[in-house]
Write a protein that binds this ligand. Structure first.
Ligand code: UDP
Length: 147
């Protein structure tokens, strides 16, 4: 990954296309929405998570009822991990993604247009996006340790 842009208003965020999104062939659609919004993809990899990585990535959710189903789901297949860059991209990608619950997510969003409830213990909602500058820095370091 190249050095971050000099403009301090430019942010980076970690996006994951979760196993449901990859399995359904939606990785390109997610990237298309990021790029057509005007953000830049500055790192990209197809990878499979490990329990250790997910324990760190989802540490804030440990102990919640959906935690283990979430970890199992995230281990069920490959994910696309990418870093998107742009002004206010952390908030901007969260807007593109839509609400956590794909049934309730607004049409026009990734989750609202492409996701639905499958009656499972975990919401299979296609994408993850960092929720703050602190989370983004931490998560980019986890998924792209060489950057
Ligand atoms: N999740 C779930 N049930 C819940 C809350 C969350 O299955 O009641 C899953 C869902 O896949 C979500 C992830 O856990 O994307 C992380 O939850 P978070 O609250 O961080 O939502 P996000 O930031 O992804 O919208």
């Amino acid at each position: 990954m190249n050095a971050p842009a000099q403009d301090t208003a430019v942010e980076r965020t970690l996006v994951l296309v979760k196993p449901d999104g990859v399995a359904r062939g939606l990785s390109g659609e997610v990237i298309r929405r990021i790029e057509t919004k005007g953000y830049r993809v500055v790192a990209l990899q197809l990878t499979t998570a490990t329990p250790e990585l997910l324990a760190q990535h989802y540490a804030e959710h440990e102990g919640k009822p959906f935690y283990q189903p979430l970890v199992d789901f995230m281990l069920s297949g490959p994910v696309v991990a990418l870093v998107a860059e742009g002004e206010r991209v952390i908030e901007g990608f969260r807007s593109l993604a839509g609400a956590t619950d794909p049934t309730a997510a607004a049409p026009g969003t990734i989750r609202g247009d492409l996701g639905r409830d499958w009656g499972l213990a975990v919401q299979q909602n296609i994408v993850h996006g960092s929720d703050s500058a602190e989370s983004a820095a931490r998560e980019i370091g986890l998924w792209f340790p060489a950057s």
